[in-house]
Design a protein around this ligand. Structure first.
Ligand SMILES: Cc1ncc(COP(=O)(O)O)c(C=O)c1O
Length: 406
């Protein structure tokens, strides 16, 4: 179901201003409010800015989240500017000494440290600058019972460049207890093991991470008062109406928190927060019959909306038929139509075999849903040098189409 304001704008924008990203900020804020409401108070919600770092998205989320997770010096500077004043957690592999220094200057709340070497670089920079830093050690923890099987993107629980191997955990923690990392304070553990896990599997992973952290703390006789169990809450592009069960997840996290008094839990979802608020609206330029199949070529393509190519799915979409049209109108024959972009590559497919029983014609509009996460910002914009899409941020469903592009 396309929200009325998005529908109106997708219909009324002149063709020359398509394709365009339409972001429903009211829906985003409401969705984030519900997520926050489903979580117990002792669970902090950080938004992973990598999913969609548009300044308007960050500002819309600012009073709905406890902080932001950033994964580069670029994201760090951008988020600090777009949504000032909120705690930032700086994660990601391969942090450069320059990024670490600027993060220390900006007073980043938590460093998610990825290796013993990175810890040494951070400690050295902190000593030089006189800054203090709170550290969560990111571990690549083993996960039993095939919990990560079938996840969209496993980043841990197997050989991977992410996080510290658990076999090094005791040595790294001993570095802290021996005082080797003077200005760094070890606050706890971080683990982001996979993307695309439903609530029961997320809870099982969270439970095992928190237990593992408690074991580490007990072995060393220290407190590890924070555990960040990562993001990766599932988003189902094949069934847009099916949402991650935040209520069950919140209740489950509450139980885990009750079992570990004194531990603050934190999560850092990206996709499941912002995916639903974004729409990519475009126009059919041409319809072709090829070897028995129908194709519609739309303005734009995967160089703007790379999500379906990156994840291998069909982007959910709706057709807005245009009755008025002043040129010849090639039309599909009533069967399924594959929607492709303008790039000279067979990979430029937005959605395969979309049923359009009434036929799809040149001039009709197509609105792709679930385009609010890992969409524009992961796309290869400059390939073929087509114009960039417009960007429209709808603050509430009452916004009128005359709201211009950014
Ligand atoms: C460390 C970390 N945290 C959070 C996320 C956000 O994941 P998602 O957008 O699937 O929730 C990612 C995504 O790759 C990540 O690497």
């Amino acid at each position: 179901m396309i929200p009325p304001a998005v529908h109106r704008l997708a219909r009324s924008l002149p063709a020359g201003r398509l394709p365009a990203y339409l972001y429903d900020l009211g829906a985003l804020r409401e969705h984030a409010r519900r997520i926050r409401e489903a979580l117990p108070e002792r669970v902090e919600l950080y938004y992973a800015a990598k999913a969609n770092p548009e300044a308007e998205i960050l500002a819309a989320l600012a009073d709905r989240v406890d902080g932001f997770e950033v994964a580069s010096g670029g994201e760090l500077a951008h988020v600090a500017d777009a949504a000032p004043g909120l705690p930032l957690a700086f994660g990601g592999p391969g942090k450069t000494p320059e990024e670490i220094e600027s993060a220390l200057r900006l007073g980043v709340a938590r460093f998610h440290v990825e290796s013993a070497h990175e810890l040494a670089v951070l400690a050295h920079s902190a000593a030089r600058s006189g800054a203090r830093a709170g550290v969560l050690l990111r571990f690549n923890l083993p996960v039993s019972g095939g919990l990560l099987d079938g996840s969209a993107l496993a980043m841990g629980g197997r050989p991977a460049p992410f996080g510290i191997d658990p076999s090094e955990a005791d040595a790294v923690v001993r570095g802290f207890t021996d005082g080797a990392y003077g200005r760094l304070e070890l606050r706890g553990v971080h683990a982001h093991l996979a993307s695309g896990l439903d609530a029961p599997r997320q809870l099982a992973v969270a439970g095992s991470v928190v237990r593992w952290s408690a074991g580490l703390a007990a072995r060393h006789g220290i407190a590890l008062p924070e555990v960040n169990v990562g993001g990766g809450m599932s988003v189902d592009y094949a069934r847009p109406g099916r949402r991650f069960d935040w209520t069950a997840y919140g209740k489950g996290l509450g139980r885990i928190a009750d079992d570990h008094p004194g531990v603050t839990l934190r999560i850092e979802p990206g996709r499941a927060v912002s995916a639903y608020c974004g729409w990519y609206a475009t126009e059919v330029l041409d319809v072709k019959h090829s070897h028995g199949e129908d194709f519609a070529v739309v303005r734009g393509g995967t160089h703007h909306l790379r999500t379906p190519a990156a994840k291998g799915h069909d982007q959910p979409c709706a057709v807005l038929a245009a009755e008025e049209w002043d040129r010849s109108r090639p039309m599909s024959r009533g069967g399924p139509v594959t929607l492709v972009g303008q790039l000279c590559t067979p990979k430029d497919v937005l959605a395969r075999a979309v049923p359009v029983p009434g036929g799809l014609r040149a001039g009709d509009r197509v609105v792709f849903a679930m385009a609010g996460a890992y969409a524009w910002n992961i796309s290869h914009h400059d390939f073929l040098m087509h114009p960039r899409p417009g960007f429209h941020f709808l603050p509430a469903s009452s916004v009128r189409p005359e709201d211009g592009p950014r």
